[in-house]
Design a protein around this ligand. Structure first.
Ligand SMILES: *Cc1c(COP(=O)(O)O)cnc(C)c1O
Length: 223
């Protein structure tokens, strides 16, 4: 199937329930343009350099999301235009994003990454760490960051029950924070969870944003 056909198929599955971030990492501009011409406007990348290069060369009405792990010394390259940072996973990074937001006079939309998987390798905060981090004082001090919600990745497993449990856990953490820390903050509303292999489960568990790559663009060849 073509990229366009894949996209139509995925969009039909998602319906109005969630926002689709088309993950175009490693894929050439031609592939992105095929999705663009089929109506897709939100794309996700996980490398700063690749994201910045694609931003430069592709239509300016594309919304670029940084979905991967972000090094604080690279925030400056995407701060002026990035529409959402999905992987904010440390206090240090949050503060750097704020600083870069001040420099380019914008409030940078971010999601806090939560560690929900069993694997040790995945980045992110625990719920306890989030509760400790998110004091009124901290939130006031990062005025140029807009904390729009949470992001998480489930364990890479065939065990659907496990995946469902992890996504359910993320939703619960979101609800708890909404009730306590972000009570009056309307912009705290996104739960970014679900990829090609598990976005249907993620949507059933309350995802508002899915990040789908290979089911749209085909398998990635990293070399
Ligand atoms: C690559 C990537 C995706 C998309 O993965 P697919 O399995 O190709 O859909 C989603 N989220 C993150 C953080 C990624 O790095």
């Amino acid at each position: 199937m073509s990229i366009k056909e894949n996209l139509i198929h995925i969009k039909a599955q998602i319906g109005e329930k969630a926002t689709l971030v088309a993950v175009s990492k490693t894929k050439p501009n031609e592939d992105i343009m095929e999705a663009y011409e089929a109506g897709q406007r939100i794309f996700g990348e996980n490398k700063v350099q690749e994201l910045a290069a694609k931003y430069e060369s592709l239509p300016k009405d594309i919304e670029w999301h940084m979905i991967g792990h972000l090094q604080s010394n690279k925030v400056k390259y995407i701060a002026p235009f990035v529409q959402l940072l999905h992987g904010v996973d440390s206090e240090k990074l949050l503060k750097v994003v704020h600083k870069e937001g001040v420099k380019c006079d914008r409030k940078i939309p971010c999601l806090l990454q939560v560690h929900i998987a069993e694997e040790e390798t995945k980045f992110g905060f625990s719920e306890d760490e989030l509760v400790q981090l998110l004091t009124d004082e901290l939130i006031e001090s990062v005025s140029h960051v807009d904390i729009c919600g949470l992001m998480g990745m489930a364990t890479n497993t065939d065990d659907e029950g496990q995946i469902r449990k992890e996504f359910g856990h993320l939703k619960l953490i979101f609800k708890n924070l909404k009730k306590t820390v972000f009570t009056n903050q309307e912009s705290f509303k996104e739960i970014s969870m679900g990829m090609s292999g598990d976005f249907e489960i993620a949507m059933e568990e309350g995802s508002t944003m899915v990040r789908v790559g290979s089911s749209i663009f085909g398998y990635r060849n990293y070399h």
